[in-house]
Ligand binder design. Structure first.
Ligand SMILES: [Zn+2]
Length: 65
């Protein structure tokens, strides 16, 4: 059986076209969460407001602009 520890996995750098992505924080709804890295295909965001980290798959992260 595999056990997952809540440790911080090493993040990979994000492709340039995703580096500017922003997301809404699921915790405080702040929209200034920015990409801090990538775990596989998931973009990892960090909310500047409450410091929550969350991720999204890159596939759902198509550019809005
Ligand atoms: Zn937040």
């Amino acid at each position: 059986m595999r056990k997952y520890k809540p440790i911080e996995l090493p993040l990979r750098s994000v492709p340039e076209n995703f580096a500017e992505e922003q997301a809404t924080c699921p915790n405080c709804q702040d929209r200034s969460a920015s990409v801090i890295g990538r775990l596989g295909l998931r973009l990892v965001f960090k909310c500047e407001h409450c410091r929550v980290r969350f991720h999204r798959t890159a596939a759902t992260q198509m550019r809005f602009v």
